[in-house]
Design a protein around this ligand. Sequence first.
Ligand code: 26Q
Length: 811
Amino acid sequence: MADPFSKDQMAQLILAKLRRNFGRTAEQATKAHMFQACALVVRDIMSTNNIASEKLVQLGQQRQVHYLSMEFLMGRSLEKNAFNLGVLQPMKEAIKFLGFDPGEIFEAEPDAGLGNGGLGRLAACYLEAMTTLEIPATGYSICYELGIFKQKIVDGQQVELADNWLDLGDAWLITRTDETEEVKFGGRIIDHWEGNINHPEHVEYTSVLAVPRDMPVAGYNTDHTNVLRLWDAKSPTPVDMSLYSSGDYLKAVEQQAMAEVIAKVLYPDDNHYEGKSLRLRQQYFFVSATVQSIMRKHRAQYGTLRNFHEKHVIQINDTHPTLAIPEMMRILLDEEGYEWDEAWSIVTKTVAYTNHTVLAEALERWPQQLFESLLPRIWNIVCEIAHRYQLELERHFGQGDGRVARMAIIWDNEVRMANLCICACYAVNGVSALHSEILKHDVFADAYRLEPSKFKNVTNGIDHRRWLSEINPELDKLIRDCTDGSDDYLIHAYKLKELEKHADDAAVLERLGQIKRDNKLRFADYIKAESGILLNTDALFDVQVKRLHEYKRQLLNVLHIIYLYQHMKEDPHFDFQPRTFLFGAKAAPGYYVAKRIIRLINSVANMVANDPACKDRLQVAFLENYRVSLAEKLMPASELSEQISTAGKEASGTGNMKFMMNGALTIGTLDGANVEMHEQVGDDNIFIFGLTAQEVSDLKAKGYHAYDYYMNNPDLKWIMKFLNDGFPDGESYGDLTRRLISGDGCPADEYLLLADFESYKAAHERVGKVYRDPKRWNKMSLINIARSGIFAADRSICDYAETIWDVPHRA
Ligand code: 26Q
């Protein structure tokens, strides 16, 4: 590690940035200036480190990891990078010395919201962990001008606002114009045959320039630095088009229009596919630029691409970057003159695929027409890959076998991206043990039988430096006091286990409880200042924060709240532990039912807030604009974590891990990584309820009749009537109850809320009982923290490095 900076040195560096970049003194600077100046100082330290890291890669000729993802949900970076670099303390002191409050300066940073939810946040955690583990790695994505929309709640409904994060977020980005790549769209292909070798020529295409804007990422306690390369789109046409002859004029206008729109906005869909032309253009844009850039550098270093797979692995984050496969083939065949078999052998030793969802509506299938007209050469290559694969499958299974149709890459005039990945990638992994089993035995069962050794599991993990020690400093201190006093657990998360020696130590348990109370108070202060809502900090904080999706069953949570409300009203002596239910969720703007559920949560929140009978007993709050920086404030204050998806649907979940590390207990189904959390802590330290994945699939096979559950359960009947009759705000929700009971045209209650209701209710009763015994609750909380080490991203990255990438890492 480089020499640490003193407060005075830091202050000088910050002042110099203020002067040079904004022409201001500390007295004249705003908080925004101050944030940017600090970011530039930290950025300088990292870029110097990155030059050294790149040199090492060149010398050591190590295999590099390239992590391709349409999303990197980075959140804020200033405090995080300063912390990792060991300069947080002097920087805070320097900020104070210059007359500012460090907390306010950190708050001035916009979230880099270049992602929707789990998949994007996972990519961000992994980039940090790869850096800390000193793996030479680069992340690649798009420099979206607008990140995930900002959510406002107006009259109980979600309204979306543009998120112009680059205003200030720009401070992190280093533009590398010298590494610009050209990406070609449209046009047509003219084949030139020379014997049986084709030299295809791409004509009449539209060019877009891809300009790298690199965001450096610091690792903890290491000089090693990696970058996230965000491609910005620029038109190759000069602004002054008067130079163009009439023939080029339209092309020039087209190119400008295309470039302007490609990097404009992140698609706000999560776990849902829509075949939009712009989305396909975004995918090819960032993938083509990335692959060209990697291959160009490799060629410059080695003079050949023959050894490419020995030096690089390309990890594709869900199917969104699948076009990397045909793009590599294009370069090897058309630009480098390789024969098919040799090119294919290089590609298939380089690319690995992670699946993040089993929902049918999330699987990407692109219409041939769109694909072919936008990417004519890539289409030809995909056709050839599909044809050869089909022959191989027919040799294996016989012609006309149903499996050949199911596994086809092109079928019914659609390109199936997941099948292309399975065919070309040397590894395919799921993101939790259960999810990986479902991939093998259900979603990709045919492919698994064909090539079982391709299929792996790597259970997700989170950056515990950010999600524990940075956001929950008092808990960090407790952990250090209870372990060997050092920061060792930050590198070796399994050392959290040592906490467990204190599981029966009354003083430690009391201190843990006090930390939670303090965090609740701090969070309540923040919410009061932001929204005016007064949270009851004496009540159990029961939290469900995640994207709004029917399979995640926020509606089940609401049904239960209405149940509690009814019983409380009917029976003034109804004995239950006071609760504050907190929700946070963005809905995809086009997802009507999800937006209705947000509206419902707000109706319930208002009703309860205005009913004196609920005072100090029942509270519901919808937290606006749930995002990384809000999660960072909320996790340390949470006591109960709601992880209640229909079993078999949530691939892993990662919020569940953040809660666990911060000492919240989980009420959850045996779904995704909840299964492994349950394995770690045992029945006694988690509240499991509901059908298992196997039971769900059995019930569906035999025929699920939501109506019977409704008819046979007076509570459910009452709740449905209540929703139908409506709320004091005038809204009623017959549309939602119909979806549960009769289906409204679709299968009724697709996600089995009614089937799991009783069991959910019972689990909540167990929660209430335990909560009344603080010692027992705190002990469970401590055990959860102590056994959460396995969910550190470092562990996941070691798994990838050892079982998929074959790259060395820091011990
Ligand atoms: C696809 C095509 C067109 C437009 C959008 C999309 C699209 C975008 C985002 C499809 C899916 C996503 C995001 C999926 C996602 O976040 N999945 C989550 O991944 C997490 C990390 O592995 C898991 O923990 C979650 O269980 C899983 O839901």
